[in-house]
Design a protein. Sequence first.
Length: 129
Amino acid sequence: MNKKLKIWTSVIVLLALVLTLGYLYVMKGGQRNLQTEDAAFKVTAENLTSEFNVDAAKATKKYLNKAIEINGTVTSCKNKELVLNSNVICTMQTLAALTNGHIVAVKGRLIGFDDLMGEIKLDQCYIIK
């Protein structure tokens, strides 16, 4: 009986360890330091939008999960969300005080395109000085 207890205890501890490591990998493993990473592409918000409008599948394959630098005009700025040219939504790490009409350069990771709303979404963004 004592041997079975040791085996079950070992299995439970091993399972807990695997689940904990899996959780940490999924929740924290995707974080990259984009400030030290070179931008794979430098585009304007207008050009990026037109690429997605012409062929969303091709543009998604090209830009998805890559660090890109986008130049555009601020159309909305609230909480930690910055919107460029009305359809490029950047989730910022820290948000500086910006007003509508400012032209800025933002670097971030493209995470998707919502073809229904026509929105391009980026995360881990920051303003390039």
